[in-house]
Design a protein around this ligand. Structure first.
Ligand SMILES: Nc1nc2c(ncn2[C@@H]2O[C@H](COP(=O)(O)OP(=O)(O)O)[C@@H](O)[C@H]2O)c(=O)[nH]1
Ligand SMILES: [Mg+2]
Length: 378
């Protein structure tokens, strides 16, 4: 790495719960940086491999590394290895990283280790955590209405507590009144965080967000009192399912429509079973183009986030589902929908890989707290 010592790489890590809009925001940021002539590298993260997010970045031509099998905190060495690979491949000016959406304590386990061991190579942007305003109202506002459990809400609160800035995304969905309500709620609960508002979809408020990310990371809000048992329990209440299928058909299939149909069938299936979806991602690659559909809750319509606009006969389907249920419940519910969908569309299943599980207890590689630092200084 000696030849890279001179150039310090900007490092942007965007936090936020499942479906807050991290990938959408990073894609928009990446496009801005590229159009300003900068080279961008991306690191995605999940508890398992076969990631829709990775496919999305790669489909748009971004050099992307993936940390799979655990969060950045528990796979810190892999995280650094991916960064080194990006540097070797494309000498990026900026690395953008998206941690797992159910992960917290990132300041102690990722930011501080980066500062302690890699300050000569990376300049961190302030730790910014994205918020879906409707999810925030649900998880922080009225506990009686909350559809995700109290343990999951605990993780959600920790995520905001350690943020230097909370960026309220999806403001295009809100009335002025609703936005004011969410801002009030977040300022009340997390008075030390800067609050930004924007829409990754329309680009509104994006310039101030980008300007904020240009400022240096200043404050480490280490979670001093985090209860790792409660955190582990909360994460384990989320079932995780990643599945990749190869399919074929004689009659060319409308990729966008077929994917929307499948995603909505899955949403309805879990709504019937009272299984709350935290994020369902569906990607269907046709002969040349790729469609992506997101489901962010049981009650919101599936959204076509990327259109393939083609009919295709050879298809790769990737599904990443995170929902509040046992993994086998997810597996069975999805299987039912897939069987019906395959039959309805006259598809032939050629192959399939995947896994479903609960995230294991987080065991960070490093955990550096303020107290450790203070002791060292004495
Ligand atoms: N209306 C609206 N939807 C958004 C916005 N940003 C993201 N989304 C949608 O929210 C869903 C989840 O986004 P994604 O970026 O995958 O979230 P992640 O899980 O945090 O990476 C997708 O359907 C996005 O299209 C936004 O600013 N406005
Ligand atoms: Mg994502």
């Amino acid at each position: 790495m000696t030849d890279n010592m001179a150039s310090i790489i900007k490092f942007v890590i965007l936090g936020g719960f499942l479906s807050a809009g991290k990938t959408t925001t990073l894609l928009r940021l990446a496009e801005h940086y590229v159009s300003a002539g900068q080279t961008v590298g991306i690191i995605t993260n999940d508890q398992a491999d076969g990631l829709v997010d990775t496919e999305r970045f790669r489909a748009l031509g971004f050099t992307t590394g993936e940390v799979a099998g655990g969060c950045f905190c528990c796979r810190f060495d892999d995280f650094i290895a991916r960064a080194d690979e990006l540097i070797a491949q494309s000498q990026p000016d900026i690395i953008l990283a998206e941690p797992v959406g159910s992960c917290t304590d990132l300041v102690a386990t990722v930011f501080k280790p980066l500062e302690k061991f890699h300050a000569d190579r990376f300049a961190l942007a302030p730790f910014t955590v994205l918020v879906d305003p409707l999810q925030a109202l649900d998880l922080l506002g009225g506990a009686s209405k909350a559809r995700l459990s109290e343990k999951i809400a605990y993780i959600y609160r920790l995520q905001q507590q350690e943020a230097e800035a909370i960026a309220i995304n999806k403001i295009d969905l809100l009335s002025g009144e609703q936005l004011a309500q969410v801002q009030r709620l977040l300022r009340e609960r997390f008075p030390t965080a800067k609050v930004l508002t924007f829409s990754a979809l329309t680009g509104e408020g994006f310039a101030p967000l980008m300007a904020w990310l240009e400022t240096p990371h200043r404050e480490d809000r280490v979670l001093a009192d985090i209860d790792y048992d409660a955190y582990a329990e909360g994460e384990a209440q989320l079932g995780w399912l990643n599945s990749t299928l190869q399919l074929q058909t004689d009659t060319a299939l409308d990729v966008d429509a077929a994917l929307l149909e499948l995603a909505d069938a899955v949403r309805q299936q879990f709504q019937t079973e009272a299984v709350e979806i935290a994020h369902g991602k569906f990607l269907l690659r046709g002969d040349r183009q790729t469609a992506v559909v997101n489901v962010v809750s049981n009650t919101s319509q599936p959204l076509l986030s990327q259109s393939a606009a083609e009919r295709a006969t050879t298809l790769d389907l990737v599904i990443n589902l995170r929902a509040q249920a046992e993994p086998d419940v997810l597996q069975q519910g999805l299987q039912r929908c897939l069987n019906a969908w395959i039959e309805r569309n006259n598809l032939t299943l050629l192959g399939r890989t995947g896994q479903s599980f609960k995230p294991p207890r987080p065991e960070p590689t490093h955990r550096i707290t303020q107290a450790d630092e203070d002791r060292r200084r004495l």
